[in-house]
Design a protein around this ligand. Structure first.
Ligand code: ASP
Length: 457
């Protein structure tokens, strides 16, 4: 069985068992809590941690190598500008889809004021936390200055990906400016570092089916369908909007920008989509994404390594759509009417904040609170949607990651570095429990005879 089929099975199994436990016993039944605490959550966390472990070294190495590989700063500028234009255009498009959907269906008009009060009370504490985070780290001129990191190591330690990206960019540029003979050993080291990180991802992906099942069990066992009822309209609009943008808009882009059939494209990138869905984090999905872009789409490493890390923090189609829907939904709930001009401002803000949001679970929440305040909705109103955020986060992160992959292939194609004909033949995966270089069980030769090297087999 292929690895991504196993991951998908893990996802379905985790969800089915989780929902079953929630409906049968209840989310806070001691047995359910115990299974989550001692089995599901630890397995899920080990998987997640293995992905997070490689993010910072991988981002640094792949950006620096990507830039150094282009060899010429003007080219870096051109590729960077193309990537940025793609990020902003598609993010604005998806923010607009969200706003159109929420204006059309108006899910906020139907929410019972009693339910609103109940949800506000239930999540007041968490919402207060987000409001504090938003006040501490809103989007402003400091955010931009902050990208120029003072200390790249501290940025890496604190998970400040934009700081690491900036340092990686400069490092790569500097490598192209020094004597080639001096730069070569460093480029080799970076290449080896990147390869090793990707290898760790491969190892992590081997436990992905279990990890994904554990993560999804935790979410579904805790929440079940309980919150879906009062917020059903809102959830349906967000998921419907994401599905529309993911399946329709993105398919059009795949055909128009890449010249590929959407079916082929979606089938190739499935491991990335499943990882994004189960981790709710673009940053955690980045290593898988780089591997998928290079191995399954055939995008050259120097473009994939450059565009995908940027995309993981800057290109968030799903997040912009979610933010647009949420802002308008909460305006409807709290009776704030917005003019068309204000809606345009909402789209602009969703694009900016989607660029600024961190690619971690719930990364957009503090920024969302900031936008709400701009339109006279109390930041605490976020409490109304916090309960259902996890499932929406899973779905929007999937779209974020999909957008990154289309972007990487688009930039590569426009640079003449990739064409649809470069799609590699589908690799035959080794069985999950055997390293590709080890002899298969039935090939294991008698003990004392030397194991044949792989190329002879
Ligand atoms: N979880 C999202 C991501 O990593 C960010 C967000 O919308 O909260 O892409």
């Amino acid at each position: 069985m292929r690895l991504h089929t196993k991951i998908l099975l893990g996802l379905l199994l985790g969800a089915a068992v989780g929902i079953g436990a929630n409906l049968g016993l209840g989310g806070d039944h001691p047995a359910v809590v115990a299974i989550d605490t001692y089995i599901a959550a630890p397995v899920g966390q080990v998987f997640l941690r293995m992905l997070f472990m490689v993010v910072m070294p991988l981002v640094f190495a792949s950006i620096a190598l990507g830039v150094a590989g282009m060899g010429d700063i003007r080219k870096v500028g051109k590729v960077g500008a193309k990537a940025l234009a793609y990020f902003l255009a598609t993010t604005a498009l998806s923010g607009t889809v969200g706003i159109a959907a929420v204006s059309l269906f108006e899910p906020g008009k139907g929410l019972d004021p009693a339910v609103r009060a109940e949800l506000l009370a239930l999540y007041a504490g968490q919402a207060g936390e987000k409001v504090t985070q938003s006040q501490a780290g809103g989007f402003g001129i400091d955010t931009l200055v902050g990208i120029v990191t003072k200390n790249p190591l501290r940025s890496a330690v604190e998970g400040d990906m934009l700081g690491v990206i900036f340092f990686g960019l400069l490092f790569g540029i500097a490598l192209t400016l020094i004597d080639e003979a001096r730069a070569r050993p460093m480029v080799d080291v970076l290449g080896a570092l990147e390869d090793a990180m990707v290898k760790i991802v491969e190892i992590a992906m081997r436990i992905a089916p279990l990890g994904v099942a554990g993560l999804v069990f935790g979410v579904t066992a805790r929440f079940g369908f309980a919150l879906l009822e009062p917020l059903g309209g809102f959830v349906a609009v967000v998921l419907g909007g994401l599905a529309f943008h993911g399946l329709v808009t993105m398919s059009v882009l795949v055909v128009a920008l890449l010249g590929l059939s959407p079916r082929t494209f979606f089938r190739r990138v499935r491991p990335s989509l499943v990882t994004a869905f189960s981790t709710s984090s673009s940053a955690a999905t980045l290593p898988t994404n780089i591997k998928v872009a290079e191995d399954d789409l055939g995008v050259p490493p120097k473009v994939a390594g450059f565009v995908l890390p940027l995309g993981a923090t800057m290109c968030m189609n799903g997040t912009a759509l979610f933010e647009g829907v949420t802002v308008l939904f909460l305006c409807q709930v709290f009776g704030v009417d917005l003019s068309v001009g204000q809606m345009v401002v909402v789209v602009a803000m969703t694009v900016l904040t989607a660029v600024g949001a961190a690619g971690v679970p719930g990364g957009s929440m503090p920024l969302l609170v900031g936008i709400l305040a701009m339109f006279g909705v109390p930041g605490e109103a976020i409490a109304v949607v916090l309960g259902v955020d996890r499932i929406l986060d899973m779905a929007r992160t999937t779209l974020n990651v999909l957008g990154d992959l289309v972007g990487a292939a688009f930039v590569a194609r426009s640079e003449g570095a990739w064409t649809p004909a470069d799609l590699p033949p589908l690799a035959v995966e080794p069985p999950i429990d055997q390293s590709p270089d080890w002899p298969k069980e039935d090939e294991i030769v008698p003990r004392l005879s030397p194991v044949r090297p792989p190329e002879e087999r």
